[in-house]
Design a protein around this ligand. Structure first.
Ligand code: CIR
Length: 253
C-alpha cells in the first residue's frame, strides 16, 4: 500500500521545458486542470498528498519522479541527466527529510533520472537512456544491492525513460510495450502487452485499489479491467506534449 505522494504544481515556465515531441505547445490553463485532476485521483486512491508550489526556475520540475527513488526505509536522491533539471534535487531532498532519515545519492559523473527506475517487489530495473548513464546505473545498482535488493541494468533502445514503456502492477503482473515485450529480463512476469498505437498508456500507475491510466486508450482499459483492475482515466495531453506520463508527476511511497 502507498501512504504518501509528493507532487509539484507546474509553473508557467513549463511551456519552456524540455521536449522531444512534435505535439505542440502546452496550454498552461489546461495543464493546471489536468494536474488538479491527477491530484484528485491520487486522493481517491487513499494517499496523503504533499503538494509543492511551482518553481519557475525549473521548467520541468513538476516531473518530481526524476529527482528521487523511494523505498520504505531510505531515499535515493538522483543526479538528473538534463542540466536544466539537475538543481531540482535540492528541494526534493529537503522535502524528503520530513519523511526519511536515511539517504543515498548518485554522484557525478554518474547521472540517473527516477523515470529510468522500475521497482517490482524486491527487484529494481534500471534503464540506461539519454538521461541515465552507465555510471549512474552502476552506482544505483550498487546502492540497491547493498540494501538487500536485486537490481538489473537495461540499456534502452528507443524509449525516452525505462518507465515510458513499462509498469509493474503487483502480483507478478507487468504492463509492457515496444522493446520490452520480447525482452528476456521481463519474460518471467505475467504480461499485459500494449500495442504500438497505445504505447503511451504503458506508463500507468498502480495506486492501491486502482490503476490510473491515460484517457483515450480503450484497449488498455479493457485489458486492465479484464485482468481484474479498477481503472481511473485521466486526460494527459498537456503532460504528454513534454514527454511526461502518469508516473513522472509523483513520488509514491
Ligand atoms: C524532461 O525532458 O525531463 C521532461 N520534459 C519530461 C520528464 C518525464 N519524466 C519521466 O518520464 N519520469
Amino acid at each position: 500500500m502507498f501512504k504518501n505522494v509528493i507532487v509539484k504544481e507546474p509553473g508557467k515556465s513549463y511551456l519552456n521545458g524540455l521536449t522531444t515531441t512534435d505535439l505542440g505547445k502546452p496550454i498552461y490553463e489546461l495543464l493546471l486542470e489536468q494536474h488538479k485532476s491527477y491530484v484528485e485521483a491520487l486522493e481517491k486512491c487513499g494517499v496523503e498528498v504533499t503538494y509543492l508550489p511551482p518553481s519557475e526556475e525549473f521548467p520541468d520540475s513538476t516531473f518530481v519522479e526524476d529527482a528521487a527513488v523511494l523505498t520504505p526505509n531510505f531515499a535515493v536522491v538522483t543526479n538528473p541527466g538534463a542540466e536544466s533539471r539537475n538543481g531540482e534535487i535540492v528541494e526534493i531532498e529537503e522535502v524528503l527529510k520530513g519523511f526519511y532519515d536515511k539517504f543515498h545519492t548518485i554522484q557525478a559523473p554518474g547521472t540517473l533520472d527516477g523515470g529510468d527506475v522500475l521497482q517490482a517487489e524486491d527487484h529494481f530495473y534500471i534503464g540506461i537512456s539519454e538521461r541515465t548513464n552507465e555510471e549512474g546505473a552502476r552506482q544505483f545498482k550498487e546502492i540497491m544491492e547493498s540494501e538487500g535488493y536485486q537490481a538489473t541494468i537495461i540499456p534502452l533502445k528507443e524509449f525516452f525513460h525505462l518507465k515510458t514503456g513499462i509498469a509493474y502492477l503487483g502480483n507478478n503482473k507487468m504492463v509492457v510495450a515496444g522493446e520490452f515485450v520480447e525482452h528476456p529480463a521481463f519474460a518471467s512476469y505475467d504480461q499485459i502487452v500494449i500495442g504500438k498505437e497505445d504505447e503511451y498508456s504503458a506508463n500507468c500507475i498502480r495506486m492501491n485499489d486502482f490503476v490510473i491510466i491515460p484517457a483515450g486508450y480503450p484497449e488498455t482499459k479493457r485489458k486492465l479491467e479484464e485482468a481484474g483492475y479498477e481503472t481511473i482515466e485521466l486526460e494527459m495531453s498537456e503532460v504528454q506534449k513534454h514527454d511526461g506520463g502518469l508516473s513522472c508527476l509523483s513520488l509514491r511511497f
